[in-house]
Design a protein around this ligand. Structure first.
Ligand SMILES: [Zn+2]
Length: 246
C-alpha cells in the first residue's frame, strides 16, 4: 500500500461519517455528564502546569498511555490489539520517530487515539530554559502536524519524567503535562507474565498507566496489554482518558 492509498483509506467517507457519529455521541455523553458545555468548551478550562496522573472519570477506570513511538513493528501490532478491544489510548510521540514513520502517526489518529508531545529528540530537559523548551515543543508539534494537520495534541510528557520547567511551558502552549501513577518497567522487558503481574499488583482506580510502544522491542508490552484488557474488563474495569487539568 502506498502512502497515498493509506491516506485515502483513512479518510474515505464511510470512515469519516463513523468518526463523526462517534464524536456526536461522545459530545452528548460529555454534556450529559456535565463536562462539556453546549458551546463546546470543556468545563475544566485551559490546561495548567500541574502534572496529571489520574483519569477524567472516577471509579474503576484506568488510562493507558504509550511512550517513545511510533515503532514500525510494535505500534501497528498494538493498534490492532486496541482496535480489537475498542480501547482508546494516548500515544506520547517522539519527534524523530514521527519523521521516520509518518504513516503510523496517520493510523494512530485515524483510529481515534489521542496524541501527546514527547519532545523532538527525547532529551533530558530538566535544566533547559523556558525558551529552549518552547522551541523543542513547538518543533515537535509542527512535525506531528505536517502529517496530521487537524489532530489535537492535548498532552505533553517530559522524557524520563525530568520535568524541570516544562510543565509551565507546555500549559502555555495548550498541552496538559501528563504524568503517570503506575509504571511497570517495560523498558527492560521482564517477560509478558511479569508485566501482567506488575500491572495487576499496581492497578488503582483512576490511574494513568505508563507503557512503551517505542524505543526497543515492545512485543511483551503488546502481549501484556492484550491480556490485561481482557482480564480487567471481565473484572469490571473500564479504560478511559487522562484528566485534562491537574
Ligand atoms: Zn520516553
Amino acid at each position: 500500500m502506498t502512502t497515498k492509498t493509506r491516506i485515502r483509506a483513512a479518510t474515505q467517507p464511510g470512515h469519516r461519517s463513523r468518526r463523526f457519529m462517534a464524536a456526536v455521541f461522545l459530545a452528548i455523553g460529555l454534556m450529559v455528564s456535565g463536562m462539556l458545555t453546549p458551546t463546546g468548551a470543556v468545563q475544566a478550562g485551559r490546561p495548567n502546569a500541574n502534572i496529571v496522573d489520574s483519569t477524567q472519570q472516577g471509579g474503576n477506570v484506568i488510562a493507558l498511555t504509550f511512550d517513545d513511538g511510533p515503532n514500525p513493528v510494535d505500534t501497528p501490532e498494538l493498534l490492532r490489539v486496541l482496535r480489537r478491544h475498542r480501547v482508546q489510548a494516548v500515544f506520547c510521540l517522539w519527534g524523530d520517530h514521527v519523521r521516520q514513520y509518518p504513516w503510523i502517526v496517520r493510523q494512530i489518529v485515524a483510529e481515534g487515539h489521542i496524541l501527546c508531545n514527547h519532545s523532538m529528540h527525547h532529551d533530558d530537559m530538566s535544566t533547559w530554559t523556558p525558551a529552549q523548551i518552547r522551541a523543542d515543543l513547538l518543533e515537535t508539534n509542527a512535525t506531528i502536524r505536517r502529517i496530521v494537520p487537524w489532530a489535537p495534541i492535548p498532552y505533553f510528557r517530559a522524557p524520563y519524567g525530568s520535568w524541570g520547567q516544562t510543565p509551565q511551558v507546555a500549559a502555555e502552549l495548550g498541552m496538559q503535562p501528563l504524568g503517570w501513577r503506575l509504571a511497570v518497567g517495560d523498558w527492560e522487558p521482564p517477560g509478558t507474565e511479569e508485566l501482567v503481574r506488575r500491572l495487576r499488583e499496581g492497578i488503582t482506580p483512576g490511574a494513568v498507566v505508563l507503557l512503551h510502544d517505542g524505543g526497543g522491542d515492545r512485543s511483551q508490552t503488546v502481549a501484556a496489554v492484550d491480556q490485561i484488557i481482557r482480564e480487567f474488563r471481565a473484572e469490571g474495569w473500564r479504560f478511559g482518558r487522562p484528566a485534562r487539568r491537574g
